[in-house]
Design a binder for this molecule. Structure first.
Ligand code: GLC
Length: 435
């Protein structure tokens, strides 16, 4: 049992066991409540965007509440935005005045997050945006909110990305020094390839602009076990497919399987978006988690808190869906990975297998009528049950032969008898104890 996976510089042993985390996108953009890219999309004038910080007052923020909800949902770690592309810092940085402690919030919101989530036993990580649309040394480019200003070129004079790269090192040093053990550092993102949107004096930004090698070296010197993603444009511990469903175990350019984490949103936005309506169904939420683990990956599912500091009713409902399912079925997620290739999932099913190889989990995305036939499992299963209530499931080997005498029998088939009525579980799971 087991797949060869590319070694990682950081300690990913707990990560590939825990499988499920909470992404938290929270910043002054929650005031606009129109997506975390609102400043880019609307080219918001600086004086207007400053109002969001001026009036940012998350008076209902209680990180302990968030942590309890994440834990109940079965999430084992969290990654919260310490600074997003807008440049507003959710922590008390000595290198900028554009931070939450200088708003009506008046407190270090990241500090409360790490304390609360650790208290609930979750690992903690920081998202840190490489992009910064507020910093005076960050060169204006095709993504920058000032890109369409008539005097954008003039505004850009004197901006030195080296000054900004040092600013990032200083802030990463603060984040990895002042808040205890940090388990994940999630950089975002590089765009070094030229684009038709580049004006002649603009260019994208990548590892050389961020001085990524030095930034990552600093991070690892401060937190040797830390897990770092690949978006500073240097491959590290994590590959990070986003907003799509991989169909196979992510591999590097040499074809080697890697540690990977899909990051997804409950709706169409990372940051709080009041009027966004594409919220995923309960079934889709569970299927995304199962799909990801069935391919050897982790799921980082995002919440975007409101500017008052609480998770809105839609996010709370989604976390409740996870809590209800994980309460009875988390055994098919934690410590599990892609099933051995000898096991083929029947139609509308996904398989996961325990790391020790002894338990195979069959997730029923569509509830079959009467029987479930699993090819290649005859003679290999000692016992079968529904995972949610440990109720026995009887099985036979060879094909189903109700009045189909003479039909070719699938001697390698395991045939599990199922109750005619689907159990009260969004995605029922069959637990097979292998011989
Ligand atoms: C994309 C979005 C960014 C978000 C990130 C999460 O990079 O631009 O807003 O934070 O995805 O992975």
């Amino acid at each position: 049992m087991g797949y060869t996976v590319r070694k990682t510089p950081g300690d990913t042993s707990w990560f590939v066991h825990d499988r499920f985390g909470m992404f938290i996108h929270w910043g002054s953009y929650a005031m606009a409540a129109r997506h975390e890219w609102v400043k880019n999309r609307e080219c918001t004038p600086e004086e207007h965007y400053a109002l969001y910080a001026k009036y940012f007052d998350p008076d209902l923020y209680d990180a302990r509440e968030w942590a309890k909800k994440a834990k109940a949902a079965g999430m084992k770690y969290a990654v919260m935005t310490s600074k997003h592309h807008e440049g507003f810092c959710m922590f008390d940085s000595a290198y900028t005045d554009y931070k939450c402690t200088n708003t009506p919030a008046g407190r270090d919101l990241i500090r409360e997050y790490v304390d609360a989530f650790r208290a609930e036993g979750l690992k903690v990580g920081f998202y840190y945006s490489l992009i910064d649309w507020h910093h005076p040394s960050f060169p204006i480019d095709r993504l920058h909110p000032r890109r369409k200003d008539p005097d954008a070129f003039e505004q850009n004079q004197g901006r030195d990305i080296k000054v900004y790269a040092e600013y990032m090192r200083n802030q990463v040093r603060e984040l990895l020094t002042n808040y205890g053990k940090i388990d994940i550092l999630w950089f975002d993102f590089s765009y070094s390839q030229p684009s038709p949107d580049d004006l002649p004096w603009m260019k994208g930004k990548g590892k050389d602009d961020w001085e990524s090698e030095e930034l990552i070296k600093l991070a690892r010197s401060l937190q040797p076990d830390i897990i770092i993603d690949n978006r500073a444009e240097i491959e590290q511990d994590l590959w990070t497919p986003e907003q799509y469903q991989p169909t196979e175990w992510i591999r590097d350019k040499n074809g080697e399987r890697v540690v990977w984490e899909a990051c997804q949103t409950l709706s169409g936005s990372w940051g709080y978006y009041r009027d966004e309506s594409t919220w995923k169904s309960p079934e889709m939420l569970i299927r995304m988690l199962v799909n990801t683990v069935s391919l050897g990956g982790n799921l980082l599912m995002n919440v975007g808190p409101t500017a008052r500091g609480y998770l809105d009713y839609r996010a709370e409902a989604a976390l409740g869906v996870y809590a209800d399912w994980m309460k009875y079925n988390s055994r098919s997620i934690y410590g599990c990975t892609m099933a051995d290739p000898e096991f083929q999932a029947p139609a509308d099913c996904r398989l996961t297998q325990s790391e020790d190889g002894k338990r195979l989990y069959v997730h029923l995305f569509a509830y079959p009528f009467a029987h479930l036939q699993l090819r290649g499992l005859a003679g290999k299963v000692e016992y079968a049950q529904f995972l949610h209530d440990a109720s026995e499931l009887l099985f036979t080997e060879g094909g189903v032969n109700h009045f189909s005498e003479g039909a070719a029998r699938g001697d390698d088939l395991l045939v599990i008898e199922l109750p005619p009525v689907k159990p009260p579980v969004l995605v029922p799971v069959i637990e097979l104890f292998l011989k």
